[in-house]
Design a protein around this ligand. Sequence first.
Ligand code: HEM
Length: 410
Amino acid sequence: MATSPAPDLSLSLARLMDPAVLADPYPLYARLREEAPVHWDPFLHCWVVTRYADVHQVLHSFSADRTPSPEQLRMLGIGNIEPIAEVMVKQMLFLDPPRHTQLRKLCSTAFTPRRVEQLEQRVHAIADRLVDRKIGSGQMDVIGDFAAPFPAIVFAALLGVPEEDHMRLKAWSADFAEMLGNFQHNVDRVARVLKSTEEMVDYFRRAIHEEERPLADGLLKSLVDAEVDGERLSEDEVIANAIVVMVGGQETTTNLIGSGLLTLLRQPDKLAQLRERPELTASAVEELLRYESPSQHTGRIAHEDTIVGGTLIPKGAAVMAVMAAGNRDPERFPNPDELDFERADNRHLAFGWAAHFCFGAPLARMEGRIAFRCLLDRLHGLALDAECVEWRENLGLRGLKALPVAFDEA
Ligand code: HEM
């Protein structure tokens, strides 16, 4: 009896599980864009879209409602992760209009540009304080000593919870991000992610109800008080969306700083350019977001039969939109593999697009500018301590485990 040929693994995104591909996924993305821009991935059981125009179309018009409901999980025999799904189905990231629009509007009243602006001085002080701790020693792990605690402390300030809680917030976020960033799930880690989710929900519920220490002014209090046209968020929605804002904003910002600095260290002429011309900092942050996108891909579902890049994607099919591949598409960006801080028209996809465009982009941009300026202006003679950099196993939220650097002792 004839057997069907084994499916071709060479273009599958599953190859990201190979550490060598994870260290440099861009050749795989280039092959996908050229050979199979709208690709049925037999290992992931979804379509993978890599050209800028196609990623844009998917983000613009496909459904974001992709989280299995608690009932579906029970039917699949993985009901044990139900508490995680209960949280995810209430998060704006996984909802379509009209609920997405209402929820985002309510959350936006709590997260205004003014609130971000008011944080700016504190964000500068937090960055300086973290560098102060290490500047005398001539070396640091940029991830552990700076890029990881930095957004966690900023978040404690933003939320209005005590700063000393930031290590817990950080650990919970990293665990929950495994659910957001990965298409493969490590069964050995489920118990840990579950525990973190339960602790996080419990933490926010207590903070809301704490009688002895009423909620300080901040995002959490504003989410509780938010009201648009007589509508308010339920307590479960406040908690679920406080979690998505916190998780969405932590891993990504850590990775922007870590992967961005590694890129600069590997291209010393660019690092020198940025040192000499601080006025390029804002555009350098945009270029680093395009070049080494912290959020590499995201999922969607086809509402209806839809043609993307000439290929029919049937109704109900799952699609992986690879923003990091679209961001290196030569049809959209001239010399896409070149880092160019003066790139004209840099409308990258690193913050997504359309209705789900990153809710925290103004804060992320501000943190990025402050972090790079602080590191470049204060650490002289900055150099990689070792070339053996290791990437974290989170395939979607791309970032380094550690980034050891040396610099002149102050
Ligand atoms: C460099 C940093 C960041 C990057 C690269 C990033 C990237 C993204 C991307 C790609 C999306 C869209 C996902 C999709 O369409 O499926 C998104 C959405 C989101 N981001 Fe960010 N993000 C960053 C920082 C932040 C910060 C600082 C916050 C919070 C203050 C935040 C909160 C959110 C939220 C809540 C959403 C969901 C928006 C919605 O569904 O309407 N992000 N982000």
